[in-house]
Design a protein around this ligand. Structure first.
Ligand SMILES: [Zn+2]
Length: 154
């Protein structure tokens, strides 16, 4: 069990494996595993049973926490992937929304133009109807005038 290190004997860590994560140490003098942050301590064989038990328990706890963290990291990376997908979808929808809004603006513009044309047509119809009434009146007046002339000649 490689928790058997004191700082002076730290060069022994080279090419040893971390008791927590199995990472192989590439440097001779490191105090913490770069992967799981386990503190590397060599305890001599002659150390008291109490100390050995203490570090044995500490190692067990650290392993549990490391495994839990690993699982949580997997969950977190899945969540991060989901978030990324949703962000992408959101961007796509925003882009679509912009296009639709622009289309709608164009449609509204066209609708305004059509309404304006319809008003123009209505006004023209009214003018035509007014003119027709005027023509009728003038025609009647003309008839009366002709009749008057005719009557004068007789
Ligand atoms: Zn480690």
């Amino acid at each position: 069990m490689l928790i058997l290190i004191n700082r002076i004997m730290a060069q022994k860590t080279l090419n040893e494996n971390c008791p927590v994560c199995g990472n192989q140490f590439q440097e001779a003098k490191i105090e913490f595993c770069p992967q799981c942050h386990w503190e590397i301590i060599i305890i001599s064989q002659s150390a008291s049973q109490g100390l050995k038990n203490f570090y044995s328990e500490k190692l067990k706890r650290h392993k549990e926490i490391f495994e839990q963290t690993k699982k949580l990291n997997v969950v977190a990376s899945v969540k991060a992937e989901q978030i990324e997908k949703l962000e992408k979808l959101k961007t796509e929808l925003e882009s679509k929304n912009k296009t639709l809004s622009s289309d709608l603006a164009i449609s509204n513009d066209e609708l305004k133009k059509i309404k304006s044309k319809a008003t123009e047509i209505e006004n023209s119809k009214k003018k035509i109807s007014d003119l027709e009434k005027e023509v009728k009146t003038l025609t009647r007046d003309l008839k009366v005038c002709r009749q008057g002339n005719l009557d004068e000649r007789i």
